[in-house]
Design a binder for this molecule. Structure first.
Ligand code: SAM
Length: 288
């Protein structure tokens, strides 16, 4: 049982670091990394390079997925004894498909203040360039490596009305795209590869177009894949009525708001969508 010594308790800083371009480190991150007693890093050799670049010589300790439970006990004890610790991962924001959650939970549970420092994340960076008008999305992290499990997961989200976002490594991106095509259909999608790096590559297109780009070549760099919801492609097949019905049955939005949103998302005339929505609403009112 951990005892708290609140008079001397330290702080846990959760520090986002660059996902490629070192200029993306924040001034606050640099100051905190300099000032803390200890930096807990996913890979100490990797983080040492970053710290050397900024002339920071704070001691490092390793904190990686397989050791999270054990190492977090030790780190919490040190913070209870008054030490301040910064948590970093190899790239981006700790806790997003990265270690961090266990330490954060344990620190908070015993009254150690947890201070997050915002900064780079591949998720937010990709989204900012994707142009998803709706604003809603479902982040699913890394998909399972095994085909069967991956396909099962994708089936679960077949009817989801929001964009799906995955992280994926270069050697599995083609397998993921092939499964998306098979299970979810030829939806519109976007990939962000090598974000913030020299060979940054942003591609928008259908899943089959992206699959053609990814197949048969050596894909370098990590990917963020954003898959648009199914209705974006259905509407090109004149399936507007079905979409309107879905919104009517599954959201609290008014007829006007639904028409406005669909018209904007799909580049259709607002009044045409509104007229169609009136009919759908009237028909369902008659039924009930
Ligand atoms: N916590 C990190 C974050 O906030 O971005 C993510 C860590 S996760 C282990 C690594 C994955 O993030 C990669 O496989 C890739 O999908 C994505 N990623 C990280 N850096 C990236 C970059 N520069 N360009 C594109 N995707 C990147």
């Amino acid at each position: 049982m951990i005892e708290t010594k609140l008079d001397r308790v330290g702080t846990l800083y959760v520090v986002a670091t660059p996902i490629g371009n070192l200029e993306d480190i924040t001034l606050r991150a640099l100051r905190i990394l300099k000032e803390v007693d200890l930096i807990a890093a996913e890979d100490t050799r990797h983080s040492r390079q970053l710290l050397n670049h900024f002339d920071i010589h704070t001691p490092l300790i390793s904190y990686y997925r397989e050791k999270e439970a054990e190492r977090s006990e030790e780190l919490v004890q040190r913070m209870l004894a008054g030490e301040t610790i910064a948590l970093v991962t190899d790239a981006g924001t700790p806790g997003i498909s990265d270690p961090g959650a266990v330490l954060v939970q344990k620190a908070r549970a015993v009254g150690v203040p947890v201070v997050p420092l915002p900064g780079p994340s591949a998720l937010a960076t990709a989204l900012s360039a994707a142009g998803i008008t709706d604003g809603s999305f479902l982040f699913l992290g890394f998909p399972p490596a095994k085909k069967g499990q991956r396909q099962k997961l994708l089936s679960t989200f077949k009817e989801t009305p929001w964009a799906l976002i995955f992280y994926e490594s270069p050697h599995r991106i083609d397998a993921l795209l092939a499964d998306v095509l098979e299970i979810l259909g030829d939806r519109q999608a976007f990939w962000a590869r090598e974000l913030t790096k020299i060979h940054e590559d942003l591609q928008a297109g259908s899943i089959s177009q992206l699959l053609a780009l990814a197949t048969g070549r050596r894909n370098r760099g990590e990917f963020v894949l954003i898959i648009q919801p199914g209705f974006c492609q259905q509407v090109q097949g004149e399936n507007l009525e079905e979409i309107l019905l879905w919104y009517q049955q599954n959201t609290e939005l008014s007829l006007k708001d639904v028409s406005g949103r669909i018209a904007k998302d799909l580049g259709l005339s607002r009044s045409d969508v509104y007229q169609k929505a009136l009919k759908v609403w009237a028909a369902t009112n008659e039924e009930s």
